[in-house]
Design a protein around this ligand. Sequence first.
Ligand SMILES: Nc1nc2c(c(=O)[nH]1)N[C@H]1C(S)=C(S)[C@@H](COP(=O)(O)O)O[C@H]1N2
Ligand SMILES: [Mo]
Length: 225
Amino acid sequence: MPQDGDSGGDIFGPIKRKLIETKQKWARDGRLLTGETASPAKRKLPPGQREVKNWPVLDLGSHPVVTQKEWKLSVTGLVENPVSWDWATLMAQPVFEDTSDMHCVTAWSRFDNRWEGVSARHLLSVVKPKPEAKFVILKCYDGYATNIPLSAFDDADVLLATKWEGKAITREHGGPVRLILPKLYLWKSAKWLRDIRFVDRDAPGFWEVRGYHNNGDPWKEERYG
Ligand SMILES: Nc1nc2c(c(=O)[nH]1)N[C@H]1C(S)=C(S)[C@@H](COP(=O)(O)O)O[C@H]1N2
Ligand SMILES: [Mo]
């Protein structure tokens, strides 16, 4: 008696029968199965990183008190239009929103952070760096500094962030304004941002002169240099 799904081999002929047998063997062998799943737990992290759900605080230990009223950002150096922005001027710029990941050199990563602020590319369109400008030096209200190639600063996911997950960035995380540069380790994302300077020669910052890598790409594991 023919079973369901068995429409009687004879009408197919020997060639088709061979084909079906081959496919059946593949099915038994699990051919083309990767053993991977699309589960979120398998989402790719840079080498040596582990995922955290909280947001750790890391800095030199002093959390400067900078109110929105006191906050000022100067953008100088090799640019056509140097600017000094106060809070009201910053708020008058186009709002930029983006979701990105954070990778800290101390091996934690946090996926899908929703940021709001002013995009680096908008800032660049306002100040217009000169062709000689190759690096960006960031200085902060706690005395911290870090250096970034202009090519990394000039990216679609870089911003002067004022909000995280819809709320003002807290003082401990660098509020009122910090940089967010998702493609490099988080030490490049300067908190309590005060000064951005465009220069032609690189000037390693606080951690870069203390053994951290000058560039800091997590996917290349550029932790120490
Ligand atoms: N102004 C300033 N920015 C800073 C630092 C700092 O000490 N001062 N630490 C850096 C380092 S080493 C890290 S890992 C991140 C931590 O940011 P978070 O505390 O918001 O997680 O800030 C970076 N930006
Ligand atoms: Mo760090």
